[in-house]
Design a protein around this ligand. Sequence first.
Ligand code: GDP
Length: 432
Amino acid sequence: VPVLAVVGRPNVGKSTLVNRIIGRREAVVEDVPGVTRDRVSYDAEWAGKRFTIQDTGGWEPSAKGLQQSVARQAELAMNTADAIVVVVDATVGATATDEAVARVLRRSKTPVILVANKVDDQKLEAEAAALWSLGLGEPFSVSATHGRGTGDLLDKILEALPETPREIIGATGGPRRVALVGKPNVGKSSLLNKLSGDERSVVHDVAGTTVDPVDSLVELGGKVWRFVDTAGLRKRVIHASGAEYYASLRTRSAIEAAEVAVVLIDASQPISEQDQRVITMVEETGRALVLAFNKWDLVDDERRVQLEKEIDRDLQRVRWALRVNVSAQTGRAVQKLVPAMETSLESWDTRVPTGRLNTWLRETVAATPPPMRGGRLPRILFATQATTRPPTFVLFTTGFLEANYRRFLERRLRESFGFEGSPIRIGVRVRE
Ligand code: GDP
């Protein structure tokens, strides 16, 4: 069934709207023992059509604040849903947080419906119209509490939802998608050529797949891989002015189209700002990550020691990523790339059974409880894995958790379950 995500900052009436949409016949998709009110997804039906509502609300503000956390919600929705409803409180108008969400959603390829909520009567229509300023198209006025406009909204939602849900990335058994990215001259086209070898190993036809002409299908380790957006790599392009800006847009879109990103870094040079920016893009889009240190033929003992220091200093935040040393020139260890991509994708797809996750949670929290907040000890009631690709967890708690403690839990999750090569995300949902 297609998935509808509902996003927006707290208190705009998301839950009221969700309740309104699912009515009383609320059938629970994820049967979460011990938690009766807070849910991640719900079954809904309108005009004989079934869909799932994914409620991404209620995440705890991250260390960087509410704006960032709500913007992340929107990112998550773009990656997983078939349509997105973004809810804004028309009586308040567009806040900075709403603007931050809109900024993310304006580049969404998934259909977005802007809902102006709390329009309880005609007089408030002007307030709703002011939300055109968000650049998300026509605001759709409703009153979730009174039901005003919700029937029409549901019609509109059904229109936006596709007949068949979006292809879950990679689930169809087609070739897995790889983005080969990195700053100019790091060796991307050399590596692609090395991997492809002679033309015979470049596959032009795989039964049942249509290949975007900008992608390359390459057989490696007995499997076909789809290297996305390699057109520019195969044909050397002359860089015009503004090329850097376009290169960066192109890098981002390649990463978004891929499941795993192989970030090439020139091992013979100091790790640069530009390398870090590409890695940050992978982190933000939540793709699996392999760090490939290229030009290894140029690395001597002294440089190797120096590089280790740079990695410790600059790449701490992605220490979960697998590293391979390669040389596109000599062909050294390019075959190591494949197992690294495979392991990372496996982690990216991993789902931890709810029972195991909660046994782990009880033991971990009992050994190291979260710090007090406001003189009270927040209790962590339950955890569930909301999505894979990347693994995303939701903790249900009775109070906010310090960012430090959440990082601690992430470390422990990795120690217990691995996730090598994949980012993981942890959201916190506070029950009132
Ligand atoms: P791209 O811009 O990332 O596609 O980089 P290219 O593949 O065009 O490579 C840039 C330059 O680095 C070329 O002169 C390559 O010959 C050189 N190069 C690429 N890989 C290696 C390598 O592993 N070792 C050495 N020594 N040179 C390399």
